[in-house]
Structures are given as C-alpha cells and as structure tokens.
Design a protein. Structure first.
Length: 620
C-alpha cells in the first residue's frame, strides 16, 4: 500500500540465468532498483534442491550440493527444455523445479513491495530460444505464482542493449555488440539501433553462444590447479581425504574458497586460500598470472566468438560502434584484455555487469498490461506425491519448417562434425533445446521482434475419449503418438495408416509407422516411422548406436552409409537442428533424420534412391 492507502502499482523483472539469477522492481513513477535475492549479494544461485520433500533455492540449495548432491539441480535453466529430470530419486518436470525458483523470487518481491501483486513481470531469455522454450519459461513462472496475464518476454541481448542506450551512448543507425559472459555461458550478439522507425528499436542481426563457458568452468580449472599444486607440494594425503565420500562438507567449503579466490583476483594480483579437511589444512596462494594461464584456452574461444559474431552482424570491427561487456565473468581483467585485443578500441562497460540485463529490461519500451491482476494466483511449487511419468513430446514437433527448405550443415565450405560419443554430450546445437552443454550453441537468425508476449493459452492434450490424429480419430494411439500427428506432420504421412508400436529398450515414449506422402514415384511403397524421445540424451544415444551399427561416416547425405547435420536454409548457416543418416538395405533406402528441438526421429523406408529422397526431404 502507498501512503494514501491505495494498492501500490509496480512491476517485476527477472533474469533467470544458467548459474545466477537477478531481479529488479520498479514502483510507478520511481526508478527501478535491484531486488536483493541473496544473503550477501543482489543475485542468487539459480540452483534448486528437493530436500525432505520441500524445494530449497539459492544459497541454501548450493550448500546442500556438498551434502546431498543427488537432491540438487545446479542449472535448472539448462534442463528446462527436457521432459523430466531426476531429483532426490524422483522424476520431476523441469518446469516445476524452475517454478520453485520463480516462487522464491516472487515472495521476496512481494515482501519488498507491500504484498500487492505486480502489474507486469518481465522475463528475459536467451536470444536463441524459440516458442517452445519461451512457453516453458512462462509455464515455470506460472508454477511459481506469477500471473500469466502480466508476463512480457524479452531477449537478453535486447535487454542489455536498452541499458546502454539509456546512457545516451548509442547513436541512431549504429551496430553495437553485447558480450554476456556469465557463470555458465558466453553469449555474443550484434544489434542494429534504429530508434523512431518502429516500436522495437533494437534488431538482433547476429548472435551466437558458447555453452558451457563461464565462471563455473573457470572455478573448475582453478580447483583442479589448486589440487594439483597440493599434490606437488607434498599434500597428496590431504587431497585424498578431501575426495573421501565422508568429507562432503569439506568439499563444499573448498569449492566456496576457490570461488572467493577467483573473485579476489579480479581486484588483486594474488589471493590466498585454504584447503582444510578436519584438523588438517594447507594454505595456498594463486597469482593473477597463474589464473590467466589457466584461462588461455577458454579466452581464445571467447575471442573467436566475439570476432565471428561481429563479422556476421557488422561486417567486421569497422562496422561496429562498440562492444559492451556484461555478466559477472566480464569483471575478470583477462577477459577484458582478450576482447580488447581482438576488437581494439571497441570495448566498453557501464555499471555492474551482473545487473545490466535486468536493469535494461526495466528501461526497454514494453506493451502495457490492459487488465492488471488484483490478486496473486496460488503457486504450484510442491513436488507431486508420486513421481509422474515423463510428459509427451511438445506440440508442433515437425522438422520441416514452412518458411524455408532444409540443407545440410556447411560452414565456409567445410563439413561441421558433431561429437556424438556418449551420454555425456547432453547438450545439442539448436535453437530450442533447454539443456545446452556442448561446445557451442547455434547462432540465431535475424530477429525483428525484441519483445514478445507469451501465448495466452497453453497447448492442450487430446482426451482419451477423442484424440484427433490428422483428419481421423484413432483411439488405439497413445496421447504421445497423437501429439506427433497433431504437431503438423500430416504433410509427411497419411494418418489413416498409422499404427502404434514399440521401439528400442522402452526409453522412448511413442512410435508410429505410417505410409508416407512423398512426392516421388515410389511413394506408394514408402513408409515413415516416427519415434518420440523423452529427452535429448536418449535421442543422441540412439543416433550414435545407428551410426555405429551401420558404419556411417561423415559426408554429404545423397549417397548411402553417411551421416550429416542439417539446418533450415535462410537461417544462420551454423544453426544445426538435427542429424541425417542414410544407408541402403536390400535395395531399400533407409533415410533418417532427427529434430533436436522436438526430440522426434523420422525414419523413411523407400525403394527410391538416396538422391531422390534427398530432393524430397529438402523441400517441404
């Protein structure tokens, strides 16, 4: 309530990061201010734990990581696109887990602003996220008690750009770059500033990211270096005690020591720390030079990322006005020096890099909420009483987009080879996978919409009584199988011929075998199988098994016994969306492709030649 006894009008912004989350509030007629989420900092760790049947967030969850690691999800943002995750021995919807974090933030904000609900909630998201991931983000916010009617979405680089534009340093018509170097990812974007031409003055013209690359990776390198030094200086027994299962608390303390040393090296030439287990301890010192040598490889990656994105979006340094640094890792002097080396006289900072995105979101022009809520909806953040089965695959899983045709993934005339070695490669190149921990995320196509309102109604699942599959009701198909057909693959298959079946070792949720609608002479004898996977790792494992079993090698997919990555033409050339595999058995062409966004595998069996199938596959 304000001084007149009326409900206080205010809005909330949340920057849900891979490793840390920040928030800001703004009362009507006042300047925005950072919401203090942590006990010793404005930001809070993004981790969530399920402990003794209750969700715990932030620092409290981080403290549990050393005590009960199976109860803690350190990076729920990476897992948001998956169908389920295991926490404390239970299968949970990642939306529910992330919702616990949003609920915590909302409660802190309500205490700060007088318990009246916010009239608007701004949620930032990676530029590479598409409709599916943005919907998952909105669903998580709703689970946390945020009214969906109040939500406005904004991409992270656009939010950061508005922070810099508010300073008056960005001239009209300029190309600016934003390098967001955070705790878990390093993202670069080039934006064109055209105020007065339309409501959204910033247009993203190039973007790309590296995941994982950030403060967490620096922590791991520093931790390994310290332990190596301990062994070399005669403290191998202490290191062995640290690694003992019984000393989980000591390991958590040591990790925190390493983080403190890293932060201190941003301001000092050296920093001490202590490795302590029980009554034994070893005091160590790290110099800034030591630390910078550890970071040589990652900084080289970041430098290449910045120059590549600037070349794609601005034609090179000459076409760039400035590159702004944001994210906590940009405080590291070596990061600033590296970017200045590759883009001399272009680097700039403005304020606390950890809060640039959230304050920029507050300064951006956003649509007004027409019917603000008068009460806060009840959150749904308690874990279910029993572990639920994985939900069906997302709606609209088709991998044949309407706005362009597909092409194999080529960069500068060279084939991009994707590592498919093991389940450890859990993050894939693609615009929508929520779990992205591979060597790089994809660049995104030019964006003309900086701020997007979320869908007003969530997608629905057909009921048991009537599930419309294509133009027919097939009551013998599962909900997950009908989701595949309802998602827009009718252009590929004849729904009347679809039959349910089993696949693999039960790790997949659905499989359909249907007659194909191919525009090739042999189409009457062609079949299309569709397999829906519960998550990306299971899909990648299946891909690798197929590649190994059939001896497929990397190559152009118009000939048999090859595999290749694919993109949508018209989008950035390195936007890998899946994998193609092909071979011939008994004069039958096997043509498979995976869609990493929807977790769907399409398997075509046809007497047509690989080149004929390739021509059909390229054009929707």
């Amino acid at each position: 309530m304000n001084s007149n006894g009326n409900a206080r009008l205010w809005r909330l912004a949340i920057d849900f990061g891979t490793s840390n989350t920040t928030a800001a509030v703004q009362a009507f007629g006042e300047e925005p201010k950072i919401l203090r989420l942590g006990t010793n900092a404005d930001s809070m760790p993004s981790c969530v734990a399920l402990y003794q049947g209750e969700f715990v967030c932030g620092v409290a969850a981080m403290n549990l990581a050393g005590i009960a690691p199976d109860c803690v999800e350190l990076t729920p943002k990476r897992r948001l696109g998956e169908q389920s995750l295991w926490l404390a021995g239970r299968s949970l919807d990642p939306v529910l887990v992330a919702g616990a974090l949003f609920h915590h933030i909302l409660q802190v904000a309500l205490r700060e602003m007088g318990q009246t609900p916010p009239q608007q909630v701004l949620l930032t998201h990676p530029e590479a996220w598409g409709v599916y991931m943005c919907q998952r983000l909105c669903d998580a916010a709703a689970r946390g008690g945020i009214d969906p009617r109040t939500v406005v979405l904004m991409s992270e680089p656009v939010a950061a750009a508005w922070h810099f534009a508010a300073s008056g340093d960005v001239p009209a018509g300029a190309n600016i770059a934003v390098l967001d170097f955070g705790g878990g990812t390093c993202d670069a974007a080039v934006l064109h500033y055209a105020p007065g031409t339309k409501e959204q003055a910033f247009e993203v013209v190039a973007a790309r990211g590296l995941d994982p690359l950030g403060g967490q990776d620096f922590d791991a390198r520093l931790q390994d270096w310290v332990l190596g030094q301990a062994v070399q200086t005669g403290h191998a027994e202490l290191v062995a005690k640290l690694r003992d299962e019984a000393n989980s608390g000591a390991r958590a303390t040591f990790r925190e020591q390493v983080r403190e040393v890293k932060h201190a090296l941003s301001y000092s030439s050296q920093a001490p720390g202590v490795l302590r287990v029980g009554g034994d301890e070893w005091i160590f010192t790290v110099t800034r030079n030591d630390f910078e040598q550890m970071l040589a490889g990652p900084l080289e990656q970041a430098g290449r990322l910045a120059t590549d994105v600037v070349a794609a979006g601005a034609g090179g340094p000459a076409g760039l006005h400035v590159i702004y640094l944001s994210g906590g890792s940009s405080l590291i002097p070596a990061v600033q020096m590296k970017i200045n080396d590759v883009l001399p006289q272009k680097v700039a900072t403005l304020g606390d890099p950890k809060t640039i995105t959230i304050l920029g979101a507050m300064r951006a022009p956003v649509p007004r909420i027409e019917n603000p809520p008068i009460s806060t909806p009840s959150p749904e953040t308690r874990p279910p009483e029993s572990p639920p089965p994985p939900p069906p695959p997302p709606a609209n899983p088709t991998s044949k987009p309407k706005n362009g045709f597909r092409v194999p993934l080529l960069i500068a005339g060279s084939v991009v080879v994707l590592a498919l070695a093991s389940l450890g490669f859990s993050a894939l190149l693609g615009s929508d996978p929520g779990s992205t921990s591979g060597s790089s995320r994809t660049p995104i196509p030019p964006s003309t919409s900086a701020i997007v309102s979320p869908p007003t109604t969530p997608p629905t699942t057909p009921t048991e009584q009537e599930r419309l599959c294509g133009a027919h009701v097939l009551n013998d198909l599962s909900d997950a199988e009908c989701e595949v057909l309802n998602g827009g693959v009718s252009e590929l298959v004849d729904a009347t011929t679809c039959e349910p079946g089993e696949w693999g070792e039960g790790s997949q949720t659905a499989v359909l075998a249907c007659q194909g609608n191919m525009n090739i002479p042999e189409r009457s004898a062609s079949k299309v199988f569709m397999v829906a996977y519960p998550n990306l790792p299971s899909m990648r494992t299946s891909e690798q098994t197929l590649i190994d079993d059939h001896g497929l090698t990397e190559g152009f997919p118009d000939k048999p016994k090859l595999h290749h990555s694919w993109v949508t033409e018209g989008e950035a050339t390195s936007l890998a969306k899946g994998n193609i595999m092909t071979w011939v058995e008994s004069e039958t062409t096997m043509w498979l492709w995976t869609d990493w966004q929807s977790h769907i595998l399409y398997w075509v069996e046809t007497p047509a030649s690989p080149s004929q199938v390739y021509a059909w596959w390229r054009v929707p």
